[in-house]
Design a protein around this ligand. Structure first.
Ligand code: LMR
Length: 404
């Protein structure tokens, strides 16, 4: 047994964390995994999370019983209001199905498995993913028998959106195709469609009856504003595009290890929603039985208390603000001080945790080998890994590899 199991390569993102940790070089920089760091390069426990944790600790009624199969109701209901807006007509009509998941990855998996089993496939099971996308998307869909296809997204010439390529594929794809869309702060490029571009995307999706599979891992993290970052999702619901949305609280609540997330499916009627929910419960039962309680309790406390909610919004602004400052500073060091060849405007135009620098795989590897700067070989950098102490070191080394 097992002699024939092929050796798999390590994960392209998490292997960077391991290599960074093992590196004794004092000036090493980790720009790999998308995890927030403060200006001293430490993980940041949000003050509001510390407060909510204290409240839980002091709650004498707290037990360790199983949650319901679809999760903590006060969490899933509040999470749905957060992403779809408290005044969403779909919520008022009782046609939103919300299931607590093992963070965003679990939501993607549950959504993909549900589609694999129940979507009315006309042809082969396929999903269109943006080129490029978070590497894990491919594996998640393949695992449930759905073949990933690419749609054009990133244009290396402009280091921006290939909007014409994108809508060209929306137009030419068979009707009722499934498209995975990053709700905001596209991973890995940091390039998002504008409001007008989203409107056009929704219009074509609606007319072609395509299914929108939204992944929203960065609500609040992109702009600092929770409502603004969910505007595409809300617009699609308003227009009646068939859709679901995967929601993660890893980044915006700093709850990476707690695995707090939800899947929200928005069918056209309450009757369909009830049937969808019954099937999601059956799948969830066989996959994880019931989701973990601790992180969901923390988020439920924050979302259901006006005071804590305001504090959370301030914490989100702190994180988003620091990242935006780092973009500004990196841009000015490269453009104004070092006069690094090329244009670096994309650093300030891109949004969210990541920036796609536009450097080649070879240049990315050179940064790692020569300067102990860890990043994925597609040239993506996690902006959260930059701070006032290491930004210049990074910029100078980037300048060197660009000059060759
Ligand atoms: C990333 O892309 O770095 C993050 O989303 C973390 C992950 O799970 O890959």
């Amino acid at each position: 047994t097992w002699q024939d199991v092929p050796l798999a390569p390590p994960d392209s993102i998490f292997k960077l964390t391991a290599a960074y940790k093992a590196d004794p070089y004092p000036q090493k920089v980790n720009l790999g995994v998308g995890a927030y760091r403060d200006d001293d390069n430490n993980p940041w426990v949000l003050p509001v999370i510390k407060k909510a944790t204290q409240i839980l600790l002091n709650d004498p009624t707290l037990d360790h019983e199983y949650l319901p199969i679809t999760g903590l109701p006060e969490f899933t209901a509040a999470a749905a209001r957060l992403i779809l807006s408290p005044t969403s007509p779909a919520l008022a009509e009782g046609r939103v199905v919300s299931v607590q998941t093992i963070s965003g990855t679990g939501a993607n998996h549950l959504g993909a498995l549900f589609l694999s089993k129940f979507y009315n496939w006309d042809g082969p099971k396929q999903v269109y993913l943006s080129d490029p996308t978070w590497a894990n998307h491919h594996a998640i869909f393949r695992n449930v028998g759905i073949e990933p296809l690419n749609y054009p997204y990133y244009d290396p010439k402009t280091i921006g959106l290939d909007f014409n390529g994108f809508i060209g594929t929306l137009e030419s794809a068979a009707p009722r195709s499934v498209f995975l869309l990053h709700a905001c702060a596209h991973n890995p490029t940091g390039v998002d469609p504008t409001g007008e571009e989203w409107e056009k995307i929704a219009e074509i999706m609606l007319s072609k009856k395509h299914y929108a599979f939204f992944d929203c891992a960065y609500q609040g993290f992109a702009s600092g504003d929770l409502d603004k970052d969910s505007s595409a999702v809300r617009y699609f619901v308003e227009k009646g595009v068939p859709m679901l949305v995967c929601q993660s609280f890893a980044k915006n609540a700093g709850l990476y290890g707690e695995r707090v997330g939800a899947l929200h499916v928005v069918p056209p009627t309450k009757d369909a929603a009830d049937r969808v929910k019954s099937q999601l419960s059956v799948i969830q039962r066989s996959e994880i039985s019931n989701p973990p309680s601790h992180g969901a309790r923390l988020v439920a406390l924050i979302l259901n208390d006006a005071g804590l909610f305001e504090e959370w919004k301030r914490d989100i602004k702190t994180m988003a603000g620091r990242i935006i400052d780092m973009r500004q500073e990196l841009y000015s060091v490269l453009s104004d001080e070092l006069k690094t060849p090329g244009s670096w405007e994309h650093i300030i135009n891109q949004i969210g945790m990541f920036s796609f620098t536009g450097i080649s795989a070879e240049q990315s590897r050179e940064l790692t080998e020569k300067a102990h700067i860890y990043l994925t070989t597609n040239g993506r950098i996690s902006m959260a890994g930059l701070n006032s102490h290491n930004l210049r070191y990074f910029a100078e080394n980037l300048d060197k590899v660009v000059r060759g």
